[in-house]
Design a protein. Structure first.
Length: 69
């Protein structure tokens, strides 16, 4: 009797457990891809920041030269 109750409980919860398992598997799979995209985005941002800093440095030097004249 008790063994039958455990089997019924397991069978009734099985679809829910499978659904949670699939959801966890998909979320880990998608997060790995988005992490790589995030790293690439950060690298692009660093390159753009360096380019912007170089331009701002040239502007600052130009303004200092004009102020010295």
């Amino acid at each position: 009797m008790q063994n039958r109750w455990l089997v019924e409980l397991f069978v009734s919860w099985l679809p829910f457990i499978i659904l949670i398992g699939v959801w966890l598997w998909l979320s880990r799979r998608w997060s790995a891809g988005s992490a790589a995209k995030l790293v690439q985005l950060y690298e692009q941002q660093i390159v753009e920041s360096r380019r912007m800093n170089a331009h701002l440095e040239r502007i600052a030097i130009s303004l200092e030269k004009r102020a010295a004249e």
